[in-house]
Design a protein around this ligand. Structure first.
Ligand SMILES: NC(=O)c1ccc[n+]([C@@H]2O[C@H](COP(=O)([O-])OP(=O)(O)OC[C@H]3O[C@@H](n4cnc5c(N)ncnc54)[C@H](O)[C@@H]3O)[C@@H](O)[C@H]2O)c1
Length: 328
């Protein structure tokens, strides 16, 4: 009797927020999972559950090193490429390192994957690719000019993926993530994302500072919707669904002021004093786009995407997690 080999998925950036959630998910689905990470912004504690699993392998390495990439893709069926340096302000402060990791590192991973004949290369693209295009909702084939070095790197990823599909025949899918949030997102550091940062500040009864007047809006996307998209991107058998990019979002937008109100509402169930914490307002941040809202019609049509978590539903789960795991 033939023994069926487990499908092997390589998750780069697997020690980070999104990557570690993907590692746990694909292990739970019976895949063999390899994580390639250099711990630049990821954490070992994110992998605490994974390292107990015999189907998990951690490779400490750097995507800027082509040999590390070739080593990691050996015998792999699918790549979920998440490794990158996130954050628009980080890229404005240090465009060279952001470009090295996000462009050269991406090209290394794509080359290694193509040479190793992986079945599909799915990668984290970004809503920042919409740049200064003002139309809402954002549809995949209408983009503007990038507004930051980070946005350039993510757009270049899409261009390389398309050329590699056409030139070398590797199947690629880019997932343009829109403001992802949820368990394990890092609340610390200068480049922390807004939701975990505000949650930590409110938990500590400190005033969060909103950049601008709070009326900028975002399509905040819960991690479980992102996991669903990654799984659909791997498993899609419809050939017209590959070699393209998809918005990965819930398909609704909320202002920063709405967000703060939800956070205060759900957190004050744990500590009623949080309802009275004052909010401060500062200047707008360079490179930020005023409004962001995804059309998710393409993913619904071609991948049968069906996001289960709105901002409010996701926040309730995320806040429960933060309270248990991070409250000092
Ligand atoms: N979080 C979001 O809202 C969002 C939005 C759009 C796109 N993205 C993209 O999604 C991906 C994951 O983001 P995240 O929020 O989980 O960030 P994260 O910082 O938590 O994870 C990134 C991971 O990549 C690793 N990494 C960085 N440089 C590396 C290198 N040179 N070699 C190997 N590993 C390296 C880090 O150590 C970290 O574990 C990134 O590509 C990011 O650009 C995220």
């Amino acid at each position: 009797m033939e023994i069926q080999r487990k499908l092997k998925v390589l998750i780069t950036g697997g020690a980070g927020f999104i990557g570690s959630n993907l590692c746990e998910h694909f292990l739970s689905k019976g895949y063999s999972v390899i994580c390639l990470d250099n711990f630049a912004t990821g954490h070992r504690h994110n992998l605490a559950a994974c390292v107990q699993n015999e189907n998990f392998r951690l490779i400490e390495g750097d995507i800027r090193n082509l040999d590390d990439c070739r080593n990691a893709v050996e015998g792999v069926d699918y790549v979920l490429h998440q490794a990158a340096l996130g954050s628009v302000p980080r890229s404005i402060k240090d465009p060279i390192t952001t470009n090295d990791v996000n462009v050269s590192g991406f090209l290394n991973m794509l080359t290694a994957s193509s040479d190793a004949k992986v079945k599909r290369f799915v990668y984290a693209a970004s809503s920042s690719t919409y740049g200064d295009s003002e139309g809402l909702p954002k549809v995949e084939d209408v983009i503007g000019k990038p507004l930051s070095p980070y946005a350039i790197t993510k757009y270049v990823n899409e261009l390389y993926a398309e050329i590699f599909s056409r030139t070398y025949g590797i199947e690629t899918i880019g997932l343009r993530y829109f403001n992802v949030f949820g368990r394990k997102q890092d609340p610390n550091g200068a480049y922390a994302a807004v939701i975990p940062k505000f949650v930590m500040q409110l938990m500590n009864l400190e005033s969060p500072i909103i950049n601008g007047d709070g009326n900028y809006s975002r399509d905040f996307t819960y991690i479980d919707n992102v996991i669903q998209m990654n799984e659909l991107a791997i498993t899609a058998t419809n050939k017209s669904a590959v070699n393209t990019v998809y918005n990965t979002a819930f398909g609704d937008r909320n202002t920063l002021n709405n967000l703060i109100n939800y956070l205060k509402k759900y957190l004050s169930k744990y500590d009623s004093r949080i309802a009275d914490v004052l909010i401060e307002y500062g200047p707008n941040r360079m490179g930020d786009i005023p409004h962001s809202l995804a059309s998710i019609e393409k993913a619904k049509l071609l991948l049968e995407y069906n996001p289960k978590f709105s901002l409010e539903q996701g926040l309730q789960e995320a806040i429960d997690w933060y309270w248990v795991n991070l409250k000092k």
